[in-house]
Design a protein around this ligand. Structure first.
Ligand code: ADP
Length: 639
């Protein structure tokens, strides 16, 4: 391989300087975190080396003791963090350091609100680790050489963080990376070793690698004697936090470790730490974040916890260790009995992994149950952030459907507003005497759900209805059909069988009415033959003249709309039109003798019913035309 030694100046991707500006502004009040980020990167680099060396011992280059060193040069005003980890090639530096997570940067910027507090939280989720160096430095130099490459393939990157960086090749004997911060004039206090030690203690104690600094000597060497060679000493604890005894770990240590594994700048919402012994031996430390990461819904984005085998880092985002609907969980699983050479493929079909995943799921669900029980407000924060993902659960994880359902929160007619705060257990407690089902409606907005004509009879009888308007809700109710023996029933589907709730007298009245008004129903059916399968007298309506109902086993109109919105074909089903015989409009219709006016009214009735439940008309212009004709006729008749 020839060495590409030229020095070049490259522009940052356009977004980078913008992000950088923001990082510096919003994280300034918490500037010490730059050291945590650099040490964290150094530790990741060491873990990567250890992993790659499993199959290529030569990468150690005969120097297997992995460590991180922090050094200051008071005269030069610099602080340097050095690791002997995997290092980077020139191309890797361009790819990783030259562009901050370039694929997502634009979207990240679009999410910014201008509100500093909110934006700094976003930055946390975004993980701009390396660039936090610019909070305290006005110039950063990084030199690196990838393990296994010859010394002349070292690389030097330098930037003042203002839009461009330089890149040149240099010789570097030691593998790994050094990051040198040229501290800003007013950040020189960071050159004090005690200050750095305090920061390391605070943020990086749990890094499973020694972090070393030079021993301080206070004695001047005696005349004629040489000063002793400086010695390195370890300044952090250097054992993997998850391997320690729970009782010995402080809350703050758990929280700092979370920030290390998750690249989040905020505290976690909750965590659970377990050591499992017996048939399968492993440790798991799992965290639930406070906020959904910005890429939670990005299909290509990998999620998941870190996998270690006997303290050796194996992979980030081991997605088999958690079900997909718990993909927001962060943390570590360290297995004692997996082979060190596990690959993603092996993880796909491994009984031990399946067992760990099931146990992890139970632990997280248990953690959430405890949170819901003990700290409902915190749980609400969780639900608001992750409820939509949790609703994917029943489809993926049949075995835990009932537990998941118990954790769900819904908005309902029992409370005002759109917040999802009601539990199914609460619903069951509030059920009316004789009520044996949990009723719900799906619609594409909270308002469409709450004001649907389908709810009228429920309102009249004081029966609660769950209002479901998240897209995932259709998916949820197709898998969650029962809870604690109670069937979940859509109010827009099938014959509305209110069971013992229905009033016998009412029922008989309706039947009689249907007979008495048979000719109206037939006339409507004839006019709407292409649009509806049947016309019936409604038991659902109080104030509205008509509504549409689909068969018990047909796709709901809302789901058909959702599918259409995402560009999928939905099977065409013909709904039943239910009419409210007590409504003046329907009465008027019955008296209508002119055929064309009857047809116009019937079609308007049908279109209205569609609009009222949030649907879209196939031919809106025709609807408007008919409506205008009817209005005009009315005005002429009236005036
Ligand atoms: P993150 O750590 O969240 O990925 P960073 O901006 O901190 O984001 O780092 C970007 C990438 O640069 C890392 O993912 C890694 O590939 C590379 N990198 C950073 N520091 C080092 C280092 N000390 N050794 C090797 N690679 C590094």
């Amino acid at each position: 391989m020839t060495v590409d030694a030229h020095k070049e100046t490259l522009e940052f991707k356009a977004e980078v300087s913008q992000v950088l500006d923001l990082v510096i502004r919003s994280l300034y009040s918490n500037k010490e975190i730059f050291l945590r980020e650099l040490v964290s990167n150094a530790s990741d680099a060491a873990e990567k080396l250890r992993f790659e060396a499993l199959t290529d011992e030569g990468l150690y280059e005969n120097a297997g003791d992995l460590r991180i060193r922090i050094e200051v040069d008071k005269d030069a005003g610099t602080l340097t963090v050095t690791d002997n980890g995997i290092g980077m090639s020139r191309a890797e530096v361009v790819d990783t350091i030259g562009s901050i997570a370039s694929s997502g940067t634009r979207r990240f910027l679009e999410n910014l609100t201008g509100d500093q507090a909110k934006d700094s939280r976003l930055i946390g989720q975004f993980g701009v680790g390396f660039y936090s160096a610019f909070i305290v430095a006005d110039r950063v130099t990084l030199t690196s050489r990838r393990a296994g490459l010859a010394p002349e393939h070292g690389v030097r990157w330098e930037s003042d963080g203002r839009g461009a960086y330089t890149l040149e090749t240099l010789e570097r004997a030691e593998r790994g990376t050094s990051v040198t911060l040229h501290l800003k004039e007013d950040e020189k206090e960071l050159l004090e070793p005690w200050r750095l030690r305090t920061i390391v203690g605070k943020f990086s104690d749990h890094i499973a690698l020694p972090v070393e600094m030079l021993k301080e000597t206070y004695e001047e060497p005696k005349e004629g004697e040489e000063a002793p060679a400086p010695e390195w000493e370890q300044v952090n604890r250097g054992t993997a936090l998850w391997m320690r005894n729970k009782a010995d770990i402080t809350e703050a240590e758990y929280q700092d470790f979370y920030k290390h594994v998750s690249h989040d700048f905020e505290e976690p919402l909750a965590y659970v730490h377990n050591r499992v012994e017996g048939a399968s031996e492993y440790v798991s430390l799992l965290y639930v974040p406070k906020r959904a990461p910005w890429d939670l819904w990005d299909r290509d984005q990998k999620h998941g916890v870190k996998l270690f085998v006997r303290r050796v880092f194996i992979m980030d985002e081991a997605d088999r260790l958690m079900p997909h609907y718990l993909r927001f969980v962060k943390g570590v699983v360290d297995s004692d009995d997996l082979p060190l050479n596990v690959s993603r493929e092996i993880l796909q079909h491994n009984k031990k992994i399946d067992t760990i995943r099931q146990a992890n799921t139970k632990r997280v669900l248990g953690l959430l149950e405890a949170l819901a029980e003990g700290e409902p407000e915190k749980y609400q924060t969780f639900w608001d952030a992750f409820g939509k993902v949790m609703k994917e659960g029943p489809a993926e994880d049949h075995a835990n459907t009932e537990r998941l359902a118990g954790l769900m929160r819904f908005s309902s007619t029992a409370a005002e507003g759109t917040e999802q705060t009601q539990t199914l257990d609460g619903y069951i407690e509030r059920m009316k005497e004789g009520q044996d089902k949990v009723y719900y409606i799906t619609a594409d907005s909270p308002a469409a759900a709450r004001h649907s004509p389908h709810l009228e009879v429920f309102g009249k009888k004081g029966v609660e209805v769950l209002l479901l308007s998240d897209r995932v809700d259709e998916w949820l109710v197709s898998h969650l059909t029962e809870y604690k023996g109670k069937h979940l029933q859509s109010v827009t589907k099938g014959d509305l069988d209110l069971g013992a709730l229905a009033d016998q007298e009412e029922k008989e009245q309706k039947e009689k009415a249907a007979e008495a008004h048979a000719s109206l129903l037939t006339r409507l059916k004839t006019t709407l033959a292409e649009r509806v399968s049947e016309v019936k007298v409604s038991t659902r309506l109080v104030d509205s003249p008509a509504c549409l109902v689909v068969g018990a086993y047909d796709m709901s109109a809302n789901l058909a709309r959702v599918l259409k919105a995402v560009g999928q074909d939905a099977p065409k089903t013909q709904p039943t039109l239910e009419v409210n015989l007590d409504h003046p409009l329907v009465k008027r219709l019955e008296a209508e003798s002119v055929g064309s006016r009857f047809d116009d009214l019937a079609l308007v009735l049908f279109d209205q019913a569609q609009l009222a439940e949030g649907g879209q008309l196939d031919d809106p212009a025709a609807f408007v035309g008919r409506l205008n004709k009817l209005m005009l006729g009315m005005m002429l008749a009236g005036g």
